[in-house]
Design a binder for this molecule. Structure first.
Ligand code: TYM
Length: 335
């Protein structure tokens, strides 16, 4: 069996990028008979980015409801909240003790923060927490605790998966045994990075996201109408390959439909009309899920119960794994 695992940080409202980059491929993989799937809410990671408790709580509910609305079957999949699994911070510590500081210095998120400080003429580490610095180690623990083979993610997470591999490999090497499975990133090539309203990567931090469900169909349409386009008028041919609108369309359409949309753009369809077509394409996929989402959001207690059950399933795997690691490390006698 292949183990597939992925998580989403509970700091924001799920957007189209999360859906096509991680949620959709993960849910598809979880339906295969040879796959054991582990999907979770990365709420310890959320604390690195936010100290706004109300926001984290809201986001937890939204992300959990999104997973379920997108077709995750909690009977079939292990679906849990990271902070319900105390083995994860314990493993984080074990990995911290073998993680090289040099590797963490190279992590993109940390480097970006350092570069931003430099540009502002600040001290290199001004305002940077040890939590941000340790982010990749916590993520490695998420993955290694469950011996995941494949991790469906967007391209922005590849470096983190490589670091998880490095740490697993280092541990295996030090202790002379295959204790950890070495994970691989699973990237949807078509949509590896979904662009946002302004053409940059769709991201909470750029404030350029299109929400998947929040705000309903009206907000979806309004957001799509705000996608930045060039100034070519109706009748003038448009270049699909430089258009965020086209890239987003392609992420939601089959080959034939994508080819037809490409022809329409080359043939000079107006941007307004193109946006309407994009809205209709996405809405066709999203509408039935949105209905489930709204029902789920209305019943937080049911979501809690589902997460609680998931945590029990997850711990049935993580608890013996950590017990074995304590022995290997000399913290407990070998049984
Ligand atoms: P997060 O919460 O930033 O994003 C969740 C997932 O959505 C993907 N994604 C995108 N994919 C395509 N195009 C985009 N514009 C786009 N924006 C976001 C991300 O790549 C990610 O797959 N560190 C992770 C959460 C995490 C995790 C893990 C993931 C914690 N532990 C273990 C996998 C395995 C994060 O912050 O993702």
């Amino acid at each position: 069996n292949t183990r597939v695992l992925t998580g989403i940080t509970t700091t924001g409202t799920p957007h189209l990028g999360n859906y096509v980059g991680a949620i959709r491929p993960a849910v598809e993989a979880s339906r295969r008979d040879d796959v054991e799937a582990f999907f979770f809410l990365a709420d310890y990671h959320a604390l690195i980015k936010s100290d706004d408790a109300a926001r984290i709580e809201r986001s937890r509910l939204e992300i959990a409801a999104t997973w379920l609305a997108a077709g995750l079957d909690p009977q079939r999949v292990t679906f849990y909240r990271q902070s319900d699994i105390p083995e994860i911070p314990e493993l984080t510590w074990f990995l911290t003790c073998i993680a090289s500081k040099g590797m963490l210095n190279r992590a993109h998120a940390y480097k970006a923060a350092v570069d931003k400080n430099a540009a502002a003429g600040e001290d290199a580490d001004a305002g940077i927490t040890a939590g941000l610095y340790m982010y990749p180690v916590l993520m490695a623990a998420d993955i290694l605790a469950f011996d995941a083979n494949q991790v469906p993610v967007g391209r922005d997470q590849i470096q983190h998966i490589e670091m998880a591999r490095d740490l697993g490999q280092r541990f295996n090497h030090l202790h002379g045994h295959e204790f950890f499975v070495l994970p691989e990133a699973l990237i949807e090539e078509q949509v590896a990075t979904l662009p946002g309203l302004d053409g940059r990567k769709m991201s909470k931090s750029y404030d350029n996201t299109i929400p998947l469900f929040a705000g309903g169909t009206k907000q979806l349409r309004e957001a799509i109408m705000r996608i930045v386009t060039d100034s070519r008028a109706p009748g003038e041919p448009k270049d699909p390959d430089s258009s965020a609108l086209f890239t987003i369309f392609r992420a939601f359409a089959g080959e034939a439909e994508t080819a037809a949309f490409r022809q329409a753009l080359l043939g000079g369809i107006g941007w307004g009309e193109a946006k309407q077509a994009l809205y209709e394409r996405i809405e066709a996929d999203v509408a039935p899920m949105r209905e489930r989402y709204e029902a789920l959001m209305a019943d937080p207690a049911a979501i809690e119960a589902t997460l609680h059950q998931g945590a029990q399933k997850a711990r049935a795997i993580a608890t013996p794994k950590l017990a074995a690691l304590r022995e290997v490390l000399g913290l407990r006698a070998m049984t």
